[in-house]
Write a protein that binds this ligand. Structure first.
Ligand code: ZN
Length: 95
């Protein structure tokens, strides 16, 4: 395995642990190819479902390395120019 893959998997594991510890504070999170978590009271919410499905499609389009490197790059680059998030928020509005 490449060191980048190992680094990304370690970061994903950290996200998973963090998510499990803060489940009540998070609305939803996609961790492809592992799982999509949506808070219980939001599981019928079309917007939330669409948004998370959109992240899953990004993953399928970009592949593991590209998606997760973009994800972490954007996480540290600030929320405003987060292209992955913007695409999925637009997706929600254009339903
Ligand atoms: Zn999102």
């Amino acid at each position: 395995m490449k060191w980048v893959t190992i680094l990304l998997i370690s970061l994903i594991i950290i996200i998973v642990i963090y998510t499990i510890l803060n489940l009540d504070k998070k609305d939803a999170i996609s961790v492809p190819p592992f799982f999509i978590y949506i808070r219980k009271d939001l599981r019928d919410n079309e917007d939330v479902i669409k948004h998370e499905e959109c992240h899953w499609q990004q993953y399928e389009r970009m592949g593991f390395l590209k998606f997760w490197s973009a994800y972490f790059k954007e996480q540290f680059g600030g929320y405003e120019d987060n292209e992955l998030e913007n695409e999925c928020y637009n997706n929600q509005l254009n339903k």
